[in-house]
Design a protein around this ligand. Structure first.
Ligand SMILES: C[S@@+](CC[C@H](N)C(=O)[O-])C[C@H]1O[C@@H](n2cnc3c(N)ncnc32)[C@H](O)[C@@H]1O
Length: 395
């Protein structure tokens, strides 16, 4: 029952930033714990069903990967922004690798995929170039507690990139705001956005930002998608290129193309005898993509929703990039791609469960997972980014 203290052995990590234990025949999803530990758990949520949730409030036997959280706001009942502050860097990557492997096995039907989660430069702290804060009734900005609407006011956040100067934003009162957001990079002053009931308004800093990746500059509207880790665009771009190995003259499709990052890199590689089509649904992102792809006029942008009908109507293409939102591509879109002419598809995935489901669908249509890389784009959190190479044939 909620509030009870129970002593459990923690067995495995689960997708979502918690670990699994059992108590009186029921599963307990435990936060702030590690596999192999014996902990006292305070039950925070009891569904009445087969499982409940809890926080490890006392560690009776610690795992070797356990460390003291560097953030003063981390811990049971406190900030819900991080999941793995209590884990070494290598330990975090190990947990994420286990989760990706387990999702591919359970949901993807692929039991033996070796997974290594690769480290990005820059360490565990100071990497977030975009922070969204909630605001409490007194106008104080902070982060929500885990699975709660309650806001924990903060004076600083050690995950925030120093260029964001979040302590300045957090020191202010944001009366009547729904939230406040800060976006920044080393090159420009941060943009601060006040989130109202219906829209966000920039209160300081540029509306259109310049981001650096792959040796060039990209125009990114403040409302358009750009990876949050400063090294992410470089790392993902290189991974996609090395997996697809596009050749001069090839025709490429970049689905969910954002401001044209992958499309731009593909266009540079295939050259003017090839072609690239970037499909992006968001108006501002598509407009940025047009600007970013202007130096390579063999790359074009379509502002349109990506769906199965669109893919079925595409003329011949050799390679595709698929970078959908968290929910994944879904069966109809995967089936349309699997029926298409591509020799290879690079699938960039921020949710390993959605990736695993889509990989299974590709498999049902005669495609196979030929390579997988995973990256720790979101240190201290349970999130992990994967790049999967899918090719036709059983290999
Ligand atoms: C994960 S982001 C990837 C962006 C880009 N590939 C990058 O790496 O910068 C997903 C993108 O898909 C766009 N998007 C989401 N749903 C969409 C849909 N149904 N049709 C087209 N674009 C969509 C979003 O606006 C966003 O730009």
């Amino acid at each position: 029952m909620k509030g009870d203290l129970v002593e459990v052995d923690v067995t495995a990590v689960a997708h979502g930033g918690h670990c699994v234990a059992r108590h009186l025949g029921r599963v307990v999803f435990v936060r702030h714990a590690l596999p192999g530990e014996r902990v006292v758990v305070r039950i925070t949520e009891d569904t009445g069903g087969s499982y409940c949730r809890g926080d490890a409030v006392q560690v009776l036997q610690a795992a070797p990967e356990r460390v003291e959280p560097p953030c003063p706001y981390a811990g049971p009942g406190r900030c819900g922004g991080c999941d793995f502050q209590h884990v070494t860097a290598a330990g975090q990557r190990g947990l994420k690798a286990t989760v990706v492997r387990e999702q591919l096995s359970r949901l993807g039907g692929l039991p033996d995929v070796p997974v290594v989660v690769e480290e990005l430069p820059g360490g565990l702290l100071g990497w977030r170039t975009r922070m969204q804060f909630a605001v409490d009734r007194r106008g104080r900005a902070g982060l929500r507690r885990h699975r709660s609407h309650s806001v924990l006011p903060l004076a600083d956040c050690p995950l925030a990139h120093p260029a964001l100067s979040v302590s300045d934003v957090l020191a202010r009162r944001w009366r009547d705001a729904q939230g406040v957001e800060v976006v920044g990079s080393a090159a420009e002053p941060p943009t601060v956005l006040r989130r109202g009931l219906h829209r966000s308004v920039a209160v300081s800093g540029p509306q259109v930002r310049r981001e650096q990746a792959a040796g060039r500059s990209w125009q990114v509207d403040i409302g358009a998608f750009w990876q949050v880790h400063p090294a992410a665009a470089d790392v993902l771009g290189a991974a996609v290129l090395s997996m697809l190995a596009p050749r001069p003259g090839e025709r490429c499709v970049d689905l969910y193309g954002g401001v044209g990052l992958f499309a731009g890199l593909l266009a540079d590689t295939v050259g003017p005898t090839g072609s690239v089509l970037c499909v992006e649904g968001d108006r501002a992102a598509a407009a940025d993509a047009r600007v970013n792809l202007a130096p390579t006029p063999w790359a074009s942008v379509r502002r349109q929703a990506v769906d199965a009908a669109l893919v079925a109507g595409l003329s011949a293409y050799d390679v595709a990039v698929l970078d959908p939102p968290r929910t994944g591509a879904g069966r109809p879109l995967v089936e349309a791609l699997a029926a298409g002419p591509a020799r290879a598809i690079a699938y960039v995935a921020c949710d390993p469960a959605a990736l695993a489901r889509d990989v299974k669908t590709f498999g049902e249509h005669g495609w196979r997972l030929s390579a997988l890389r995973a990256f720790d784009l979101f240190p201290m959190t349970h999130h992990v980014e994967c790049v999967a190479l899918l090719v036709p044939g059983t290999g």
